[in-house]
Ligand binder design. Structure first.
Ligand SMILES: C[S@@+](CC[C@H](N)C(=O)[O-])C[C@H]1O[C@@H](n2cnc3c(N)ncnc32)[C@H](O)[C@@H]1O
Length: 245
């Protein structure tokens, strides 16, 4: 685990943001889309896409006219968890962020097949969206199996960074839940190192069962299934956004 005095620690000034560190790393597209997927990207995506307004925050009431709350999933991959949450919680509006086109196409297939009406998609960097969400507007956020970037020199690319958590804390409502899962022990340690000193979040775990087992209102993702098959044991972290003072 990195220590705060280490320049590669999440709490070092290197990892505090700034334009140079806000590049998006990772793949945008891996292989050609099947004809049906390409059609969905062309026809369905524009209807579900969350636009960033030229000025001011995103109008969530316009995006979801009839919802009890808005939830956010960052890096939804193939959308298994997002589609599952949307089906289980029809009263919620869900925004999924994912820059990987093949993943977006997979989610669109699920939305189309299940007739899901409560998902909107931001096909880009979740950090851009976070900055444009209204303050205290999101009731739940999920970051499931984020890219681990295991090499020390790449730790700055990890999604969990103090400046990103600042933006997330601003967007979350008081009492909102932030869930993070990872099968990489170093990423878990990194996340806790970022989260524990913060006054705006509390880790809700009361004992090991809370981080060893996924709760029933949280479905398996594709990446998680692969990790388990490979013998890696995921850790499930849940944080609460504390009351603003
Ligand atoms: C290891 S995959 C996990 C995908 C999915 N959550 C799962 O568990 O199967 C991490 C995903 O995060 C996405 N991602 C990486 N950086 C991102 C960012 N800044 N904003 C949104 N998504 C991002 C990647 O494109 C990738 O699909």
């Amino acid at each position: 685990m990195s220590t705060p005095s280490n320049p590669n620690s999440p709490n070092s000034s290197e990892c505090r943001g700034g334009d140079g560190l806000r590049r998006l790393y990772g793949r945008r597209q891996a292989f050609r889309l099947r004809d049906r997927q390409a059609r969905l990207v062309k026809d369905l995506l524009p209807r579900l896409e969350t636009d960033i307004p030229a000025e001011g925050p995103i109008d969530l009431a316009a995006l979801f006219p009839d919802t009890d709350d808005v939830w956010l999933e960052i890096g939804f991959g193939g959308g298994e968890h997002l589609a599952w949450q949307a089906a289980q919680n029809p009263g919620m509006g869900l925004i999924g962020c994912e820059p990987f086109v093949n993943g977006i196409a997979k989610l669109l297939s699920k939305i189309d097949e299940a007739g899901l009406e409560n998902i909107r998609i931001f096909p880009g960097d979740a950090r851009v969206l976070l900055d444009q969400l209204p303050e205290a507007s999101i009731g739940r956020a999920f970051l499931l199996f984020p890219d681990p970037w295991p090499k020390t020199r790449h730790h700055k690319r990890r999604f969990v960074q103090p400046y990103v958590l600042d933006a997330l804390a601003r967007a979350l409502k008081d009492g909102a839940v932030f869930r993070v899962a990872s099968d990489i022990p170093d990423y878990v340690a990194w996340t806790l190192e970022c989260m524990m000193p913060r006054a705006d979040f509390s880790w809700t775990a009361e004992g090991p069962d809370d981080w060893r087992a996924r709760s029933p209102d949280w479905s398996e993702t594709r990446y998680e299934a692969k990790a388990v098959k490979a013998g890696r044991r995921p850790t499930y972290l849940e944080f609460c956004r504390n009351q603003r003072v």
